[in-house]
Design a protein around this ligand. Structure first.
Ligand code: NAG
Ligand code: NAG
Ligand code: NAG
Ligand code: NAG
Length: 386
């Protein structure tokens, strides 16, 4: 009985929120990120399709992925760490590890993940041959970060937020695209099993309707990014473009030379909607500068050792393939204030209660950890650095 009562209440809340419309942000009302695969900055930067898109937005010239191969980069962007992961195989992250979904839902910001050729909503399999029909692994689990977090898959409502590109197109046509959207094209269109040009031409074509004048009624920010660079021996420098009708007209065709990583997606949405934080590497990650300017976030700075960032090898952690490099998932740092101006989400603090005294690698400094030369350093939890 009690469960039924609670779920009825939950249903009533959802209807009330839907009727109230989208939760407004300070710099944008919707964030869509689209992920391409494995290409070096210098090669993408001179591509014609990318050059044309750059004229319509802001080019982020110092954006770095975290490690290799793909999967840890995707996981990091929604969870604030990659927990030592150094492979693309099936992984499962315990339920007490929160993601951006927890932060968004807390402020009634709707979200979804759309994955091209995902065969059914909430699909949890490893891969699926879809539209290309040539055994080319059109949909792959490793490019869907949400489905590896138990905090998503153990919650039916959240699991159903993961769906195909067809579902995105239906939502777009109905002007019902959720407010936070993560999208991965299939293994052909993202460039993984094809070429640089296939991915950039696909992106250009896919984005045209989304960049058209009346595409969205609300201010929409679109971040087109690569997951990682192609050449493993070089620093993990990638192309990321900010597009969409949330870009201030005066900034179209400009570049932003602030230092960013995938964690900047987390800090940016936190700043925009005034969200709590995850208590992990999300805190201290630079906020996209035009959003920092609009939200009054003053914490952007180069991390220590910015000039020697490499980010080519995973540091130790629970998901490392090498048993001798496995460590427990670190406790979040409950003392940090994030870019949203708020502390850790209370539900996360409660889920980790009793661990507040554990040493933690998350210090809010924005320091970039790298498996080779800059492994995480564990210290007693403390507040944000000056
Ligand atoms: C998914 O891949 C993992 C290895 O990454 C394997 O152990 C598992 O059996 C696969 N699951 C299915 C349903 O194929
Ligand atoms: C796509 O890439 C995967 C992984 O590298 C590979 O196993 C598969 O054979 C490739 N498919 C095609 C059609 O190239
Ligand atoms: C970056 O790390 C990779 C992998 O350890 C290494 O091969 C490469 O030499 C490093 N590059 C620099 C500039 O340190
Ligand atoms: C920065 O790099 C230098 C030289 O590589 C190293 O000695 C130092 O420990 C690094 N500092 C941090 C905070 O990683």
């Amino acid at each position: 009985m009690r469960r039924l009562f609670v779920s009825l209440l939950g249903g009533a809340c959802i209807r009330a929120v839907a009727a109230a419309g989208p939760t407004p942000g300070k710099a944008f009302d919707r964030f869509i990120t689209i992920w391409l695969e494995n290409m070096d900055y210098d090669k993408v930067n001179v591509d014609g399709s990318i050059a044309d898109l750059k004229r319509q937005g802001i080019s982020l010239t110092r954006y770095y992925a975290h490690t290799h191969p793909s999967q840890p980069n995707y996981l990091a962007a929604v969870g604030g760490d990659y927990f030592g992961l150094d492979h693309d195989y099936w992984v499962r992250i315990p339920e007490n590890v929160a993601t951006v979904a927890d932060l968004l839902e807390d402020k009634d910001v709707t979200w979804a993940g759309y994955f091209e050729d995902m065969p059914s909503p909430g699909y949890m399999g490893n891969y699926s041959d879809g539209s290309t029909g040539n055994g080319g692994w059109d949909y792959v689990r490793k490019h869907n970060p949400f489905v590896s977090y138990d905090s998503i898959t153990m919650n039916g409502q959240r699991l159903l937020n993961l769906d195909s590109f067809d579902a995105f197109q239906r939502a777009f046509a109905a002007k019902k695209v959720p407010q936070f959207v993560f999208m991965s094209p299939n293994m052909m269109n993202d460039g993984h099993n094809s070429s640089l040009e296939v991915a950039t031409q696909w992106s250009h074509k896919f984005l045209q309707p989304l960049l058209a004048e009346h595409a969205f009624d609300e201010r929409t920010l679109i971040a087109l990014t690569y997951d990682e660079s192609e050449t493993y021996s070089e620093p993990n420098h990638i192309v990321t473009l900010l597009l969409g009708n949330a870009i201030p007209p005066a900034l179209k065709g400009t570049q932003d030379d602030t230092f960013y990583t995938h964690y900047s997606m987390l800090s940016t949405v936190q700043a925009n909607w005034g969200l709590h934080n995850l208590g992990r590497y999300d805190v201290g990650a630079n906020v996209f500068q035009f959003v920092a300017d609009k939200t009054g976030y003053a914490g952007n700075r180069d991390p220590e050792n910015a000039s020697s960032v490499n980010n080519s090898l995973s540091y130790p952690g629970l998901l490392n393939e090498d048993p001798s490099r496995r460590l427990p998932i670190p406790a979040p740092n409950t003392k940090l204030i994030g870019a949203g101006g708020l502390p850790i989400l209370p539900a996360i603090e409660a889920a980790w209660s009793g661990t507040q005294k554990w040493q933690t690698p998350y210090d809010g400094s924005g320091r970039v950890c790298d498996g080779d030369s800059n492994p995480p350093v564990y210290n007693p939890p403390a507040g944000n650095p000056p």
